[in-house]
Write a protein that binds this ligand. Structure first.
Ligand code: ADP
Length: 591
């Protein structure tokens, strides 16, 4: 029961208190100086009852003396019980206290006013009403009574709520929120719009299994903030089976499934029994259609009472599924884009390494073949009876020669690489790093890596080849990600930071909390073909060091002292006045 304002509890016996509509002694109350004939009073009462709203009157102290029949029909409360303050029992418990305060203020000020509150219908559902009250005064200005009228504003309230919800959801979608919270917010909006309904949204993925030509829908979890979990399909990720539940049927047929009363339903036996045991008796499952016309999800509403949707409710469902389709399409496009980005990154990396590997393989192959031939000749000579020691010595010498030749090849290749022409321009390392990070976000997300960028303000620019420097940053970040791949006992943190050091050099550090390395191996990390990974090439760091040294900078690694993992840092000279004075973009070939 709502709290009652103290003033509303008092019944005064002033003339004003009785000069109201419905008071038979004073006929109309509006013109109480005139004695109205009975017929007029009856027709006035019929008129008041015919008004498409609730009409009431109250004494100057707020004691309600009259309510029309419509009010009684709506609330299911007898008029005799509603008189005085009995009407307050129909108010929504959340609205009653504030309305009592507001009504008390009106009575005190004597001003007309209006208030929005929910009134309970005879069947227990609440609808919003605009409650208006106007004082009736005598010539001296004293209040004789209050007249009131309540108008049903449920549709307007719902439209407002839907609009506000829609705006909130669209800004979440535009702001790049994750799909689950968006769908959860949408479910809550649907639940608020469908009194007491429980909403869930599942995702539907269409897969083309070989050799079937028709795509098979698979249901995946979406959002179901209040629906019992044993009623939500999709946890197993198996192909949707229409006989399992209405949601699956809607996914398979791409058509709305309306079950007005589960008690009279013979399909979906297990699911139906579970739904009824939860006190849920109706289900409306509607496909969410993506822009290409395929089903991308199902929006399901479960109801406690048997019911079928009205036209207005069907329109509302259409609006909500449209919102869901925007959210799902957007998330899927983002995911596809992220995947393509990261594949491109890998492709670029692999392609450049691939080209290098091919040339290395070609160059190294010859001395390698020589080494093998010489080594087996050597063995044969030593195994002969008597052993041909002089010949074996000669072939062993040739083996060493070929080994040196192979190593020369590698050195030559590295030198070749560092002689590659580079494009010099002024580079903002913060910006270059941000671009690399943007490209790698999907990769980091997939690996569960938390990124902490810490870019220094007013970082001086450097002179260099932007693309090559970005290759170094990319390599350091991918290495750090790989170094954290096996970590499961702690969360994976990657810090990319920049600063200008005391020697006016621009530094970039990539710090991870991965496996780290043995400090004794620190120099080996930068030698070509040193790798600890089963599928590693071992040339990323050696190439990176060549690039940085080519830019007159240095690249080094340290084991973190204050925690697990490693830090890789490069420092480059900042751009100078003379750099700036020259051409901003030049191509330089080192001798
Ligand atoms: P690859 O990644 O193909 O192994 P790299 O030259 O990039 O080649 O790296 C050489 C080796 O350096 C790696 O195999 C790894 O052992 C070590 N390393 C590189 N980055 C890290 C890191 N962030 N933490 C620990 N070890 C690292």
């Amino acid at each position: 029961m709502p709290r009652r304002h103290p003033r509303m509890m008092v019944r005064r016996s002033s003339p004003g208190a009785s000069s109201t509509i419905g008071d038979s002694e004073n006929t109309t109350g509006m013109h109480n100086e005139i004695e109205r004939p009975r017929a007029t009073e009856d027709s006035l009462r019929s008129l008041i009852d015919a008004v498409p709203g609730f009409v009431w009157s109250a004494a100057p102290d707020g004691y309600v003396t009259f309510l029309n029949q419509r009010w009684a029909d709506y609330t299911g409360v007898q008029l005799c019980d509603a008189q005085g303050f009995g009407w307050t029992q129909s108010l929504h418990p959340d609205d009653a206290p504030e309305l009592a305060v507001y009504w008390g203020q009106l009575l005190q000020s004597g001003e007309a006013g209006e208030y929005e509150a929910r009134l309970r219908r005879f069947d227990g559902t609440y609808r919003w009403f605009l409650i208006r009250a106007v004082p009736q005064r005598d010539e001296s200005g004293a209040i004789l009574c209050w007249y009131g009228e309540n108008t049903d504003i449920e549709d307007r309230k719902r439209a407002e709520m839907l609009l506000a919800g829609e705006k909130r959801l669209l800004s979440m979608i535009a702001g790049g929120s994750a799909l689950t919270p968006i769908l959860e917010a949408l479910c809550e909006l649907v639940e608020a719009s469908f009194n007491g309904g429980l909403c869930s949204i599942v995702l539907v993925d269409l897969k083309h299994p070989y050799p079937a030509s028709e795509p098979v829908p698979r249901i995946q979890p979406g959002a179901a903030p209040h629906v019992p979990l044993d009623l939500v399909p999709g946890a197993d990720g198996r192909p949707a089976d229409a006989v399992l539940c209405p949601v699956a049927m809607a996914a398979v047929t791409n058509e709305q499934v309306i079950v007005g009363d589960l008690n009279h339903e013979t399909r979906w036996n297990g699911w139906r029994t579970r739904a009824l045991s939860h006190g849920l008796q109706a289900n409306w499952s509607t496909p969410v259609t993506s822009t290409n016309g395929t089903v991308s999800g199902i929006l399901s509403i479960l109801h406690r009472e048997p019911q079928t949707p009205s036209t207005a409710q069907r329109n509302l469902i259409a609006q909500c599924t449209h919102l869901a389709s925007i959210a799902i399409d957007r998330a899927r496009n983002e995911a596809a884009l992220g995947k393509i980005r990261s594949e491109l990154t890998h492709l670029a990396r692999v392609a450049s390494l691939g080209a290098l590997t091919a040339s290395i393989a070609h160059e190294v192959n010859q001395p390698l073949a020589g080494i093998i031939t010489n080594a087996s000749t050597c063995l044969r000579m030593l195994g002969a009876d008597p052993p041909n020691v002089a010949g074996a010595l000669e072939t062993a010498r040739r083996t060493i020669r070929d080994g040196n030749r192979a190593s020369d090849v590698i050195n030559r290749l590295r030198a070749l690489f560092s002689k590659k022409s580079i494009t010099l321009e002024s580079v903002d390392i913060n910006e270059a790093a941000r671009e690399v990070i943007a490209m790698l976000l999907g990769e980091l997300q997939r690996n569960g890596v938390m990124l902490h960028p810490e870019f220094a303000d007013n970082l001086p620019q450097v002179m260099g080849d932007r693309v090559q420097l970005q290759q170094v940053i990319l390599n350091l970040i991918l290495n750090a990600t790989e170094a954290m791949n096996t970590i499961s006992s702690r969360s994976r943190h990657l810090q990319v930071s920049t600063h200008a050091d005391d020697n006016d050099r621009v530094c970039l550090t990539v710090r991870d909390n991965g496996n780290g390395f043995d400090p004794q191996d620190v120099q080996r990390l930068f030698t070509a073909f040193y790798t600890t990974k089963s599928s590693g090439m071992g040339i990323g760091l050696s190439v990176s060091r060549s690039i940085i040294e080519r830019h007159e900078g240095s690249l080094w690694a340290t084991v973190n002292e204050d925690g697990p993992g490693a830090s890789f840092r490069f420092a480059l000279p900042r751009i100078t006045q003379s750099d700036n004075a020259g051409e901003s973009v030049t191509t330089q070939e080192t001798p």
